[in-house]
Design a protein around this ligand. Structure first.
Ligand SMILES: Nc1ncnc2c1ncn2[C@@H]1O[C@H](COP(=O)(O)OP(=O)(O)O)[C@@H](O)[C@H]1O
Ligand SMILES: [Mg+2]
Length: 256
């Protein structure tokens, strides 16, 4: 391991984060005093009802949105704005239609200081990691939704971020593809050893992927909750422990 790799840790500290939006002249408090420490290499899922502020929190972590109060530290340093150590994956991969799969993944790496050949070689590695090697020369219009999202994941990983931020990345996929992609994400996370913060409204997805689940309350007064998921990996969705976690979460959402 080189010294630069040793320095890449991916520890996230969220301290007293608050955020309001103004809505018709009055303030809508979306995040209220959120504090959380995410360990290097940890997989954290953020769940909560629609409108509970999941996307807002992720956008603040990404540096796409500014909090009203509080700080976000990565490896002990306060972050301001976006940074190459944090990569974001959205529900829609937004690929460049005129570039091949390989070039979509390589795009941007050259501005990061790699030669064209280095960029393509690194891109090839990540295209292979997400299982798209046979489609290197395909164009986005020739891909299924699941394949396009794999390209998005490869593109984010190719930057070699310390922290991967995902906002409902599998939300637009059909049920079968979704399960397949959850298995892929679990495998990739273990191979890449990257800190992962995943927003999802899918409780089963959160239990399948996360070391801990942060539940955001909806509306005033509620407190965020953290639920550890200490299950062996790869996880078995039908195991009694998995089912118990699912029931516990459903109950917390009043859905049981
Ligand atoms: N740019 C914005 N301006 C005003 N209100 C916003 C803005 N972005 C989000 N909101 C409001 O903040 C709340 C939380 O939104 P969001 O973080 O997208 O929730 P979630 O991702 O959990 O569904 C919602 O009520 C939403 O309407
Ligand atoms: Mg959202």
């Amino acid at each position: 391991m080189t010294s630069t790799q040793e320095a890449r840790r991916g520890e996230v500290s969220i301290r007293h984060l608050s955020k309001s939006y103004s809505l018709n002249g009055s303030a809508l408090q979306v995040l209220k005093d959120i504090s959380l420490h995410v360990r290097p290499g940890e997989s954290l899922a953020i769940v909560g009802a629609s409108g509970s502020g999941k996307t807002t929190l992720l956008r603040v972590l990404a540096g796409l949105e500014e909090a009203d109060a509080g700080t976000v530290l990565v490896d002990g340093k306060t972050v301001k704005g976006v940074g190459a150590e944090r990569a974001v994956i959205f529900q829609e991969p937004r690929l460049l239609p005129w570039l091949t799969v390989l070039d979509n993944v390589a795009f941007g790496l050259e501005t990061g200081g790699l030669s064209r050949e280095q960029a393509r070689s690194r891109a090839r590695h990540y295209v292979r990691l997400v299982g798209l090697q046979p489609f290197e020369t395909a164009y986005p219009r020739q891909l299924s939704g699941g394949m396009a999202q794999r390209v998005g994941i490869a593109r984010a990983l190719a930057v070699q971020p310390e922290i991967l931020l995902l906002d409902e990345p599998l939300g637009a996929l059909d049920a079968m593809t979704k399960i397949e992609m959850q298995q892929e994400l679990a495998r990739i996370w273990q191979e890449e050893d990257v800190t992962t913060i995943l927003v999802t409204h899918d409780l089963e997805e959160a239990i399948y992927l996360a070391d801990r689940i942060l539940i955001l309350p909806r509306g005033k007064g509620g407190e965020p909750r953290l639920i550890p998921i200490d299950l062996p990996r790869p996880r078995d969705r039908s195991s009694p422990e998995f089912v118990r976690h699912r029931e516990e979460l459903l109950k917390l959402f009043g859905l049981h």
